[in-house]
Design a binder for this molecule. Structure first.
Ligand code: GDP
Ligand code: MG
Length: 163
């Protein structure tokens, strides 16, 4: 069984873009069971030759278990608890938001190791957000660009102990 990494973060930070980049040509292996697709996509990722299972989660809008967002959050919680590492993505361009802080607080309370990445860090527009991410209390954030494929070596270095 491959080690598992769960990608977490608020909506629109680039989780699915990173997922698709890491899964690449193996996208066909993505789990598309009805009702599961929307909140938990899985695939086999390759990062600098190392293969691992990756989960693209979505679910930080609502805590009510009766609502779809509530169920999505429960799935995200389960995915992180089962994972060998959580890859927490923030948006370096948008900066840190209250929801990012809430997710960070939750991740600090979980046992799963966390790797923090500030996405959309291509160019200079992400520099402020990258600095803000230090305040999340999850160690040094790595600057990545899922869209442009930047930061791959740093991402590998941080994930390597867990995959
Ligand atoms: P998710 O909601 O976290 O899964 O985010 P998505 O992967 O759907 O991406 C949200 C938006 O951010 C899309 O318009 C992406 O094209 C954009 N995006 C993702 N990664 C990057 C990046 O590295 N740089 C920039 N500038 N935009 C990105
Ligand atoms: Mg997504």
């Amino acid at each position: 069984k491959l080690p598992t990494v769960a990608i977490v973060g608020r909506p629109n930070v680039g989780k699915s873009t990173l997922f698709n980049r890491l899964v690449g040509k193996k996208l066909a292996l993505v789990d598309d069971r009805p009702g599961v697709t929307r909140d938990r996509r899985e695939g086999d990722a390759v990062l600098l030759g190392t293969e691992f299972r990756i989960i693209d989660t979505a679910g930080f809008e609502d805590e009510d278990p009766e609502t779809l967002p509530g169920r999505m959050r429960a799935q995200t919680t389960a995915a992180v608890r089962e994972a060998d590492a959580a890859l927490f993505i923030v948006d370096a361009r948008a900066g840190i938001t209250p929801l990012d802080e809430e997710i960070a607080r939750w991740l600090r309370s979980e046992k799963t190791p966390v790797v923090l990445a500030a996405n959309k860090a291509e160019g200079r527009a992400g520099e402020g957000g990258l600095l803000e991410a230090y305040a999340l209390g999850l160690g040094e954030p790595i600057a990545i660009s899922a869209e442009h494929g930047e930061g791959v070596a740093d991402l590998y270095e941080q994930l390597a102990p867990f995959i």
